[in-house]
Design a protein around this ligand. Structure first.
Ligand SMILES: Cc1cc2nc3c(=O)[nH]c(=O)nc-3n(C[C@H](O)[C@H](O)[C@H](O)COP(=O)(O)OP(=O)(O)OC[C@H]3O[C@@H](n4cnc5c(N)ncnc54)[C@H](O)[C@@H]3O)c2cc1C
Length: 465
């Protein structure tokens, strides 16, 4: 570990996203105070910087091997909370887990949450994350008030949908490339209990699953479907729709109603080492898909489920990403408009079957209207597939990219590890607009990531025009 002249301890370390592909080596600092963040962003010791939260994005958006990666999770102070409105102001490194620990017992929940609570406030904003309620409530950016940002120039500015809206909209979903989010305001939502009323609805094929999703669009706040990617023929696209709503006190049995906001810690487990050859290989993934479908089918109907296992089933197993073995895995998530969704989903699932590829976790969801700039969601269907990195995989995913592009769709930057710059530009028509804002606030590309270099998201392009 070396001390830099700004007094920051910088260490050279291995850097990767949650999928552990790709990996790189680079400088990292973990500032404890805002003064150290300012010093790190302004330091001439490295050519560029990037903020990182808890590293739960999958591919290469959260590290900067050619410059310095700033691990920001210690910048996690609560600044203010207004119990009349639910507005919380905090430093960007505060985790969703900490927000839940502090506010759930007081009757407040996150307005939007991804499938893990191990994300930071700023990391979630930078990816404009979506949750099971996107069709109703949009992505997290819609629930954000003001941001305090540290720009490449060293200037600190406030922005919101009203104040410097261009900067705000380029930052929400902007993958950390417009500046560092020091503080953010998020509006929490009131809840009565820590329980969810869940409905499990199996569907024997893709058409019935899509019909169920559309039928519940306006009725239920949370909806997501798990898809069996192994089923073929007339069962192609079969799955299980999981619907949910916050339970009221009247929904609880009397024993629980006395303490409606108490949480039930589920089981915890950990994967202590890299599974040799990957615990998740085509054989185990196939077995899991069929077994899970049949198990869920038996659970069809309504029940009460604790909030944590409903929203964060994967958080039960720490380091579950190690189950894919040393080569890592990629999560392929795309969205396509409703009009082209059915044919694209059939095309993708049939292509996977032909290639003999099955995905361990495959999630189908409806999105509502999008937020613009580099935000991923727009109205339509999104499918998420997990694949272990193996020879031939990337050529196959290139073919899927064409299908998605042809259908008017796009891939999620927070999950991307390998798309080409040309594909990215074709998928994100507002990139040019975003780049103009990036050029205004960061003309020399002080903020860079491995992903931004791979996708050529450079301000320099604007100056050379
Ligand atoms: C199990 C699991 C389930 C998930 N489910 C979902 C889901 O349902 N929906 C969804 O949308 N996503 C989902 N994700 C992805 C994840 O929610 C996002 O990638 C999230 O943004 C990660 O937050 P983080 O704090 O770990 O950020 P990181 O991964 O560390 O960083 C992500 C981006 O945020 C930027 N960033 C971080 N801190 C700052 C800062 N202070 N200022 C400016 N930029 C910053 C980084 O530069 C990077 O570009 C899931 C991930 C996992 C592992």
């Amino acid at each position: 570990m070396t001390k830099t002249k700004v007094g920051l301890a910088a260490e050279t370390r291995k850097l990767a996203g949650w999928g552990r592909y790709p990996e790189a080596t680079g400088l990292a600092v973990r500032p404890e105070k805002l003064s150290a963040v300012r010093a790190a962003v302004g330091s001439d010791r490295w050519s560029s910087v990037l903020a990182r939260g808890l590293g739960r994005s999958y591919g290469d958006p959260a590290f900067n091997p050619e410059g310095c990666t700033l691990f920001t999770e210690r910048l996690d102070r609560l600044i203010s909370f207004d119990p009349a409105s639910g507005w919380l102001r905090a430093e960007g490194g505060l985790s969703f887990r900490a927000i839940l620990d502090l506010f759930l017992p007081r009757g407040w929940f996150l307005p939007v949450t991804p499938g893990t609570r191990h994300v930071t406030l700023a990391g979630a904003l930078a990816c404009d994350v979506h949750g099971k309620n996107h069709h109703r409530d949009g992505s997290v950016g819609r629930h954000v008030g003001g941001l305090r940002m540290l720009l490449a120039s060293g200037e600190e500015v406030e922005c919101s949908a009203q104040e410097r809206p261009d900067l705000f909209h380029a930052t929400v979903g902007g993958m950390g490339l417009t500046g560092l989010v020091l503080e953010a305001e998020l509006r929490l939502r009131p809840i009565q209990t820590a329980m969810i009323r869940q409905q499990v609805r199996p569907a024997g094929d893709l058409d019935s699953l899509m019909a169920l999703l559309e039928e519940h669009d306006n009725r239920v706040p949370y909806s997501v479907a798990w898809l069996d990617t192994v089923a073929e023929g007339r069962n192609l696209g079969r799955g299980v729709l999981l619907l949910g709503d916050h339970a009221g006190i009247a929904d609880l049995p009397s024993s629980q109603a006395r303490n409606p906001l108490s949480r039930r810690p589920g089981l915890r487990a950990t994967v202590p080492f890299d599974a040799p050859g990957g615990l998740l290989n085509p054989t185990t993934i196939r077995a899991f898909n069929s077994t899970y479908y049949n198990l869920q089918k038996r659970k069809a109907g309504e029940s009460l489920i604790a909030l944590d296992p409903y929203f964060y089933p994967l958080d039960i197993v720490d380091d579950w990403n190690r189950m894919y073995g040393r080569s890592g895995f990629v999560q392929y998530q795309f969205v396509v408009p409703t009009s082209t969704a059915r044919s694209t989903l059939v095309g993708v699932l049939e292509a996977c079957a032909r290639k003999g590829l099955a995905s361990f976790l495959s999630v189908l969801k409806r999105f509502g209207p999008g937020a613009g700039n580099l935000s991923f969601p727009f109205e339509g269907y999104t499918l998420t597939l997990d694949f272990p990195v193996a020879p031939g995989l990337f050529e196959f995913l290139d073919d899927l990219d064409w299908m998605v592009l042809d259908a008017g769709g796009r891939l999620y930057l927070a999950k991307d590890a390998r798309m080409s710059p040309a594909t990215f530009r074709a998928m994100y028509p507002e990139f040019r607009r975003w780049l103009e804002v990036k050029h205004q606030v960061d003309p020399h590309d002080r903020f860079r990531s491995a992903q931004s270099v791979r996708l050529a998201m450079h301000s320099q392009e604007v100056s050379s025009r």
